[in-house]
Design a binder for this molecule. Structure first.
Ligand SMILES: NC(=O)c1ccc[n+]([C@@H]2O[C@H](COP(=O)([O-])OP(=O)(O)OC[C@H]3O[C@@H](n4cnc5c(N)ncnc54)[C@H](OP(=O)(O)O)[C@@H]3O)[C@@H](O)[C@H]2O)c1
Length: 322
């Protein structure tokens, strides 16, 4: 397979290279693209050095089996349609196309069937949404979710490599900031993205809208509060769910979670550090509140589960490797 990664030098792009290696994807040719700033840098794939090229329109009309985009919405909006028009399949990590009606928004374990005979742009959902819907899709199948109340504890890596440097710098004493609206070291920031008219932030709107689209049920109400915490890798979520149908005993919820693909239910106390580098979502602290309501703690590696691994699983599903 010939694969191209756009945004290859970023947090998600580098992890995509690693996941391609880890999953032993049969890649004959890998092309790496980034901005002019990174052109000429080298990255390693399967022990070979690959020179990063500047992203150009010409580079996108070459024939690829898959192009994996993770260079932000602005870049995707310009270059993904060019690549798709040239006949390439694009798996896009940005939010540029996620809510477009004709673009599939895919978590392969949940709605991979949308990819059958599909070519063009495929949207990879938001990181916090992916790990939440993976824990919930089987519960929704059986007990029909009514409402989700979720507070997130999101790692700085979710905002890219500049955000990681900002936390590192602040921990070393330089409290200047360019990425986050407040100091992030020794602090938490109860805002991700911008506040919109209804008081919810852009990140919160992603969780609301994408959950409904992926679970294909627009009656689900989602009430998120998205919070940035001074953690380098791994998003956590405290989630309360109300179902439409009664589940009586919490063991019925446990069974649905145990039957969910790539989700691990555990009695252990799970923290972001515990899940770094893992391709699973971890569910713990599961509690029954009443026969329609339960609560749990949900943790995953945001760059892998929430971005790179989901994208590579989409690719694997399309070529029959999953
Ligand atoms: N981090 C996450 O947890 C996460 C999860 C899901 C989705 N996403 C999405 O994935 C995308 C990338 O995130 P990230 O965390 O990897 O960001 P990042 O670490 O800031 O990396 C951004 C990448 O995009 C490249 N880039 C920036 N401007 C460009 C341009 N004009 N032309 C070509 N390449 C350009 C950068 O290249 P240079 O090195 O040359 O600057 C770098 O490779 C974003 O859309 C983000 O929303 C991220």
């Amino acid at each position: 397979m010939k694969i191209g990664i756009v945004g290859a030098t970023g947090e998600v792009g580098r992890t995509m290279i690693k996941v391609l290696e880890d999953f032993k994807i049969p890649v004959n040719e890998l092309k790496l693209f980034a901005s002019k700033r990174s052109s000429g840098k080298t990255l390693t794939f399967n022990n070979a050095s690959i020179v990063v090229e500047e992203l150009t329109e010409d580079s996108m009309i070459q024939k690829f089996d898959f192009l994996l985009f993770s260079a932000g919405s602005t870049v995707s909006k310009i270059f993904a349609p060019i690549a798709a028009k040239a006949g390439n399949i694009v798996i896009d990590n940005s939010s540029a196309f996620r809510m477009e009606k004709e673009i599939p928004l895919v978590v392969p374990e949940i709605n991979g069937h949308l990819l059958k005979n599909y070519r063009g742009i495929i949207a990879n959902p938001n990181c916090s949404t992916i790990q939440m819907v993976l824990s919930l899709y089987k519960i929704h199948e059986k007990f029909k979710i009514n409402e989700i109340f979720v507070s997130t504890y999101q790692a700085v890596s979710g905002a890219g490599y500049k955000a990681i440097s900002e936390l590192q710098r602040q921990l070393e004493g330089d409290k200047s900031k360019t990425v986050f609206p407040k100091q992030i070291s020794h602090n938490v920031i109860p805002l991700i993205g911008e506040i919109e008219e209804d008081g919810f932030s852009t990140e919160e709107h992603k969780m609301i809208n994408e959950t409904r689209k992926i679970l294909d049920d627009y009656s689900i109400n989602v009430y998120p509060t998205t919070v940035r915490v001074p953690v380098f890798y791994g998003h956590s979520e405290a989630i309360v769910v109300k179902t439409k149908l009664p589940f009586n005993d919490i063991s019925f919820i446990e069974n649905q979670i145990k039957n969910s693909k790539n989700v691990i239910l555990t009695n252990e106390i799970i923290t972001p550090i515990d899940v770094a580098g893992s391709d699973y979502v971890y569910v713990s602290r599961l509690r029954k509140i009443d026969e329609f309501t339960f609560s749990f703690w949900n943790v995953a590696d945001n760059i892998r589960v929430g971005a790179a691994t989901n994208a590579i699983r989409i690719l694997m599903l399309m070529v029959g490797l999953l």
